[in-house]
Design a protein around this ligand. Structure first.
Ligand code: AMP
Length: 364
């Protein structure tokens, strides 16, 4: 196994958003510096990092210079081309490996991987043509969800299909193709489990949390999720199984649906720190960001325990960020802003965490 990165080493982060910002802040506390690769000037991550390589993710010369300037490369943004990933890996270790990113970039590859690993998902079919869409509807049934296989996030790139009359219109509207059709799951709650897995293959998991969305964007995370110990144990087992199957090095978020019988179906995986893990910064001795940096740097992983229960509220768009002065003036709220200059509707500007004594969070 490779030796741990020594203090003062440099970690390269692909992507300049808030996940990179909070990772770089965790890295700084462990004595590392970060270089950021991003097309965005004055990005949230650049503001707290030693150096930024500004330009396109597909610019080979830029990728090369970025990789040569660091000791190890990681990601907060997954959609770099396969060629770009291979180039980075030819120069420095990339953690998690490009193979993990390739799996998470494409819903067909992701769901095939999960199902092959014995992990249950909603039933789904790949759709490459209008005729295939009609055939899939006959097999999966309606209502269903049509999703683009690549590039979707925060509920973008998906549409509800309720009637066969919508089929032709939907096929025209959705881009980029191909698509998948997924059965609509009648879930009780949406949960996620954040797993960290080190270079030595040892893994830890934070307790499952519940995620509540508004307009397709995460609004609240409740830690811990109000689920039975059996469901929590099952969800954790599933998440650890996925991390092992991926041979992950880093942090992985596994989003799941909880069914009425307590069973879980995996919806999506993200091999990076995740919005539903932001509560760990304030409620845990080691946050998801510290876990990620530790794993990427080859350091040991501490237990993924929390000292408090927590509710994380995202601050999305101009209306919610306008509450900033009130948040700052309210005792007990832990505020986080991401340094974004412009508050566009739907844009995640920051979040606020409320802590509760361990074991006291009660929600309906
Ligand atoms: P995704 O883009 O796959 O993360 O989905 C975004 C949101 O859409 C999820 O958080 C769920 O609320 C909802 N959703 C996605 N897939 C399904 C499904 N098969 N059944 C019911 N709801 C879904």
């Amino acid at each position: 196994m490779a030796a741990p990165l020594p203090p003062n080493a440099t970690i390269g982060i692909v992507g300049g958003g808030q996940l990179g910002r909070m990772s770089a802040m965790a890295a700084a506390r462990l004595g590392y510096r970060c270089h950021i690769l991003t097309p965005e000037e004055d990005s949230p991550a650049s503001q707290v990092s030693a150096r930024t390589f500004l330009g396109d993710y597909e610019d080979q010369a830029l990728l090369r210079a970025f990789a040569e300037s660091v000791d190890v490369v990681t990601f907060e943004f997954e959609n770099v081309s396969a060629e770009g990933l291979d180039l980075l890996q030819s120069i420095r270790p990339v953690r998690p490996s490009p193979n993990v990113l390739r799996i998470s970039q494409d819903r067909v590859v992701e769901k095939t991987f999960l199902n092959d690993a014995g992990v249950a998902t909603a039933s789904w079919l790949e759709i490459k043509s209008r005729a295939a869409l009609h055939a899939a509807v006959a097999r999966v049934g309606l209502p269903g969800l049509l999703k683009t296989t690549r590039g979707g996030y925060d509920g973008k790139g998906q549409a509800m299909l309720r009637s066969v009359c919508d089929l032709n219109d939907m096929w025209e509207e959705m881009a980029p193709k191909p698509l998948i059709l997924e059965a609509l799951v009648k879930f009780e709650r949406e949960i996620s489990v954040i797993v960290a897995r080190g270079l030595d293959g040892r893994a830890v998991a934070f307790d499952p949390v519940e995620n509540r969305h508004r307009d397709g964007i995460l609004d609240l995370t409740l830690a811990p999720a109000p689920i039975t110990p059996e469901t929590a144990a099952n969800a954790t087992r599933v998440a650890l199984k996925v991390a092992d199957a991926l041979d992950l090095v880093g942090v992985l978020a596994v989003e799941m649906f909880v069914l009425a019988d307590g069973g879980v179906l995996v919806n999506e995986i993200a091999p990076r720190p995740h919005n539903s893990g932001h509560w760990t910064i304030d409620a845990c001795p080691a946050s998801q960001f510290e876990m990620h940096i530790r794993a990427v740097a080859g350091l040991p992983l501490p237990p993924a325990v929390r000292h408090s229960d927590a509710v994380m509220k995202n601050l999305v768009g101009p209306e919610e960020v306008a509450q900033w002065p009130a948040i700052l003036g309210t005792p007990g709220l832990v505020p986080h802003l991401y340094g974004k200059a412009e508050a566009r509707p739907g844009r995640k500007m920051g979040h606020v965490t409320t802590l509760y004594p361990l074991g006291t969070l009660s929600v309906d």
